[in-house]
Structures are given as C-alpha cells and as structure tokens.
Ligand binder design. Structure first.
Ligand SMILES: [Zn+2]
Length: 340
C-alpha cells in the first residue's frame, strides 16, 4: 500500500480522472434502443448510474410508422411527467437545472423523416412535444434525402424545406445515417451548426455508416459536433473496448480539433439485442444490408465505460479541457446555440 505523500503516479491519475468525470458535464447524443409505447424507460437508470447528465432518446425511426411515433411520444411524455429521476428538457437551462437537482435530462430525437409523413406541420408538432434533434434518412433513401446504405441522393425539396424549418424552430440538424450528398447538402444549407449525433470516422473503420474526413471537417466548419458511436461494428471488428472508443475520439480530435468531438454511444438495453431489433435487422435487409451487417448479434460499448474513457484520454496526454469538451461540453454548447 502506498503511504500518503508517496502515492504512485497511477493512483494519482486514476483519482484525477475520477474527479474530472464526476465534475464534467456528460452528454450522450443518442440512445440506440428501439422505442415503443411499452418500452421500459426504467432502463434509463443505466445511463444515470453511469454519470450521464443528458441523453437524446429516439421516439421513432424510418422503419416504424409515423403513427407509432405519435404513440411513443404520448407514452414517453406521460412517463416523464411522473418520473422523479428523469426530466424531459426543452432547453439547455432545463438540462442544467436537472443536473443541479440530481436528475438526468432527456430530449427526444427522430431517426429519419418518415415520421413527418411529408407534412412540415408535423415538424412543429414534434418540436412542441419535445423533439430537439432529427436526421433526414435512416440508412435508406426517403422523402427527405439519401440514406447511407442506398444510392447517393441529395436532399429533396422536402428535406431542404425541413432544414429551414428546423433552423427556425431550434431543432438540431443531424446527419448520422444519411448518405454522403445529403449530409454535404444539409451542412451547406443550414444556418445553424449541424451535428453527426452518432457516427465514426471511416478512416479507422471502413463501414458505410461511418463518415469520411471531408464530412467531419464540413461539420466542424458549421460549428457542429461529431458524436463517437459505441457499436462494435462501427468501431472495428465488433470491437467495444474503451481503447477503440478512445482511438475514434482521438482521430477526430486530430482531424477537426477539440471543439467538435462528442459522444453518441447508441447504447441499447441488452434484452433488446435478442428481441425486436435483432428480428427487425435479420428480416429487413433493405435497411441493414447483409454485407454491412454480417453477424446477427450487435454489441455496443456501455455508458459505464465513459469513466474509463476519461482516464484513457488523460493517460494519452489529452488535456482536461479537451476531455471535458468531448464528454459533453461541445454538445452542450451547440444545443445552447440551436435550441435557444
Ligand atoms: Zn442510429
């Protein structure tokens, strides 16, 4: 045992990482579970117990019907109204107030604009109901733009109109899951910072869900943030080690600088892996082409690894300021600019 005053460097650095993680604002820009009115939101304790202060929770994606999203919004809103530990936030001041009160804040996101059913009035409605982040197309092309596993289509007229409305309303324009041209169109068109809520650099792992360097640099040029995704298939060969997460974070830090990198783990509950999502994945090759998703099981790095990620980034020589920015400072800044 080391005596006081003679503590080893390792203990010092572990204590420093722990203190930093406890004090830092932790923002996870996307949860990957499939949402249904029956989804057990008590599972959000996985994030809260891991020290996450804010989580973006999807209320629908293109594979579901838009009416499913309405039901999910109704059920989730009711659940949050009754919750003591979790709060549905509409602004960054709500998010900060939640943290001060020891609660975890959540806002909703949509993965694909099928949920809008071609009607921009629904954009206003979902905003009023708590949606603060929307991407255009989930893997496949749709009414708004191109998906990453489909022909490389640009934004449609509807998609372009949606960008303007999202800028006006204060909804984060998200390019994860979208095709290359759609992402570049959106970043050129948007007046506000654009994010990739949960996308990894393709330079480290050549998967269609990951993004090219020029997409990342264009995102940074809008003032936006790229959230590193924890899914093993997007980090490497089904690699969910914290080292792999740190590698992707560091690649982006070197490419776009410390103000434009964040976390969007995409974590889902374990029970979900064996159930509905895996069935959907196996039975729907249009959305998940077999050559891109060769295995049936998908694993994801857990929120509980974020403390270890903090220690690893510090050990690799990243500054405390950089690590705080990655853990949540950057997404907090962008949300403050966009949500109003
Ligand atoms: Zn996703």
């Amino acid at each position: 045992m080391a005596e006081p005053g003679r503590r080893g460097g390792k203990e010092d650095s572990a204590a420093r990482a722990e203190a930093l993680y406890a004090d830092a604002f932790v923002w996870d820009a996307h949860a990957g579970f499939e949402s249904w009115p029956t989804t057990d939101l008590r599972n959000l304790a996985i994030w809260k117990d891991a020290g996450v202060d804010f989580l973006s929770v999807n209320v629908g994606y293109d594979v579901q019907r838009w009416t499913d999203t309405v039901r999910v919004l109704a059920a989730f809103r009711r659940w949050f109204e009754a919750s003591e530990d979790f709060v549905l936030a509409g602004s960054v001041s709500d998010v900060r107030a939640a943290r001060s009160a020891g609660r975890m804040a959540v806002a909703f996101d949509l993965e694909g604009m099928n949920a809008l059913d071609g009607d921009l009035d629904l954009l206003h409605l979902v905003h009023a109901l708590g949606v603060r982040q929307i991407l255009f197309a989930y893997n496949r092309n749709n009414l708004a733009g191109g998906g990453c596993h489909d022909e490389d289509a640009g934004l449609t007229d509807f998609g372009r109109a949606a960008v303007h409305e999202m800028n006006d309303l204060g909804i984060l324009v998200d390019c994860s899951h979208c095709g290359y041209r759609t992402t570049m169109d959106a970043m050129e068109l948007s007046c506000a910072p654009v994010i990739f809520s949960h996308s990894n650099p393709r330079a480290l792992r050549d998967h269609e869900r990951n993004i090219r360097d020029e997409q990342a640099t264009a995102c940074a040029a809008t003032g936006g943030v790229i959230g590193v995704n924890g899914i093993g298939l997007f980090l490497g060969e089904d690699d969910i080690r914290t080292e792999a997460l740190a590698d992707h974070v560091e690649y982006l830090l070197d490419l776009v600088g410390p103000d434009h990198v964040g976390i969007g783990l995409d974590y889902f509950f374990e029970a979900e892996v064996d159930a509905s999502f895996q069935d959907a994945l196996a039975g729907n090759e249009d959305y998940w082409p077999r050559e891109q998703y060769p295995g049936r099981a998908i694993r994801c790095a857990a929120p509980s690894q974020l403390g270890e990620l903090t220690a690893l980034l510090l050990a690799r020589g990243r500054s405390e300021a950089e690590v705080r920015a990655v853990l949540g400072g950057n997404f907090l800044r962008v949300a403050g600019e966009v949500w109003g």
